[in-house]
Design a protein around this ligand. Structure first.
Ligand SMILES: C[S@@+](CC[C@H](N)C(=O)[O-])C[C@H]1O[C@@H](n2cnc3c(N)ncnc32)[C@H](O)[C@@H]1O
Length: 232
């Protein structure tokens, strides 16, 4: 592992302060387009209760508020176990917190301080690779989701392979099957993958969907493989 990877990796897993933490913050900015596309895949309504897990420096939360949730009766919840990430977002989005549109929890995904069946949509990017107990995380996410609620995550496999080469991650951590199997074992339904491209023929993105069984007015179509998206 290079010296760079040695110092950056802990901050990717759990952002903190200091020089390497500052560099990681800059590094994470390039994730914003993927986080935004992932949120859009939820087709969230203005009245939805949406949760982002592992929000880092908050580009996904900002986008969700600006694009959809600020305009309606819905609420946005963010959980991240990094105190530094939570502090940064609390500062950046203090108005939304004051108006009770946004709630930030400094917590582990395996122990979410939200009641049962409260959440309509969940999204997370660049996060599940770091969950120490994937079955516990899956069970906990399912608990807070309403019956029929949808969860989406995304992987830029090309970039993840580069991260592996540079020593930021190990291959087993980001394998899609590891995540999908955990969701299946936790009892999620409608589990599927969808490939998309930021630009046709370029950077392939893998979106992974899972639903909590039951009925809920979740109107996302569940079969549109190989769609194209713009951005990045
Ligand atoms: C690589 S950063 C990604 C941040 C953001 N989603 C992005 O794509 O830029 C991973 C984030 O997930 C959070 N995280 C990792 N494991 C977590 C866990 N078990 N529970 C809650 N948050 C976690 C970290 O604190 C960090 O903010």
């Amino acid at each position: 592992m290079s010296r760079f990877a040695k110092y950056i990796s802990p901050h990717l897993r759990k952002p903190s302060t200091g020089f390497w933490g500052y560099l990681t913050r800059i590094f994470l900015k390039r994730n914003a387009p993927l986080t935004q596309e992932t949120f859009l895949k939820l087709k969230a309504q203005e009245s939805d209760h949406v949760l982002e897990v592992g929000f880092g420096y908050g580009s996904g939360l900002s986008f969700a508020l600006q694009k959809t949730l600020r305009a309606g009766t819905g609420k946005l919840y963010g959980i991240d176990y990094s105190v530094t990430a939570c502090d940064a977002v609390k500062q950046m989005l203090h108005k939304d917190i004051e108006s009770e549109k946004l709630k930030i929890f400094n917590a582990d995904v395996a122990s979410i301080p939200i009641g049962d069946n409260e959440i309509d949509k969940v999204f997370h990017t660049n996060c599940f690779y770091f969950w120490p107990d994937m079955p516990a995380a899956a069970a906990e996410l399912k608990r807070v989701m309403k019956p029929g609620a949808l969860m989406v995550t995304s992987l830029n496999m090309q970039r993840l392979a580069l991260s592996e080469q540079r020593g930021f991650l190990e291959k087993w951590q980001y394998q899609p099957e590891r995540y999908l199997d955990a969701m299946k074992n936790a009892g999620f339904s409608d589990i599927r993958k969808e490939s998309a491209y930021f630009e046709p023929g370029k950077t392939e993105i893998l979106f992974m969907f899972a639903k909590k069984p039951g009925s809920h007015n979740c109107d996302v179509e569940l079969s549109s493989p190989h769609s194209n998206v713009t951005g990045d």
